[in-house]
Every structure is written in C-alpha cells, then in structure tokens.
Write a protein of this length. Structure first.
Length: 149
C-alpha cells in the first residue's frame, strides 16, 4: 500500500513538472515547447509510423527511422550498427519481444519528453528526436537516436 502511494506521488510530480502529459493535447503542447513551435505533428506522425512498423514487423521501415551509427545491445554486448543493411540483418536480435511490446503498448499522451528527445517505454527502451540536417538546425528529420534493449 505504501509503495503504491509513493509511486503515485512520484507520478503526480512528473505530470505536474510537465515531463509527462495527461492527454494527447497536453503532449502536443509539451513537444511544441521543447522541440519548437508547431513541431508536435511531426513527432506524433513519427510515433504512429514507428508503432505501425513494429506491429507489422517492417524491418526496412524501422531501419529507415534510425539515426546511424547507433549502438545497441546484442547478447549483452554493445554492438555498433553502422547502416540500414546491418540493422535489417540484426533486426530480430535488436527488436526483441520486450522492446516491441514497450513500443506497441506506449500511448502518445504517456510519452516522456525532454529537450533532448522523447522516450518510449517505462525504462527508456527507445528514444527519438529531431536530427539536424543543416548546421543551424533550421531543418531536421526525426529519427530513433537510442535503443536500450
């Protein structure tokens, strides 16, 4: 009982701090505040696309959403994945059941967002963020920047 009260209090503080949102609209506002005005739709669309790709086990699509190189864990060892071809080859070992379920069970309003990226999963299983395509970051693409499998 005490544990549930403590966890509830922590969650309430996180929601109050703005790290988590209560509704999709709240998340939209949070993302616009952190990532730039009127960017929430891009992030929302990316998240939906990621979930669809994971549900369909679309290795090529997921590989196209990654910022390379990326370091992942395979058989409890760090592995640097340098390109989409290598990612696709290792897909089943990277996107295990736990990671896939974390992504599929994630609700948009319950994402954790901070200025460095957006976290998927209760333990930060996956992070995505805007990656600058110009030196001044006036243009960006959203990519998976971390996989903590």
């Amino acid at each position: 009982m005490l544990k549930e009260i403590f966890l509830g209090a922590i969650l309430s503080l996180l929601v109050a701090s703005g790290a988590y949102a209560a509704t999709d609209k709240d998340m939209d506002v949070r993302i616009d505040q952190l990532m730039g005005e009127s960017t929430h739709q891009q992030y929302h669309d990316f998240f939906v696309s990621l979930q669809k790709a994971v549900a369909g086990k679309d290795k090529e699509k997921i590989a196209s959403l990654v910022d390379y190189p990326i370091t992942v864990h395979i058989d409890k060892r760090k592995t640097d994945v340098k390109n989409p071809k290598q990612f696709i080859k290792l897909y089943d070992r990277i996107f295990d059941k736990k990671l896939s379920e974390a992504i599929l069970n994630q609700k948009y309003a319950d994402l954790f967002a901070k200025d460095t990226g957006i976290m998927v999963g209760d333990s930060g299983e996956l992070w995505f963020s805007g990656v600058c395509t110009k030196n001044d970051c006036s243009k960006f693409i959203i990519r998976i920047i971390a996989i903590n499998n």
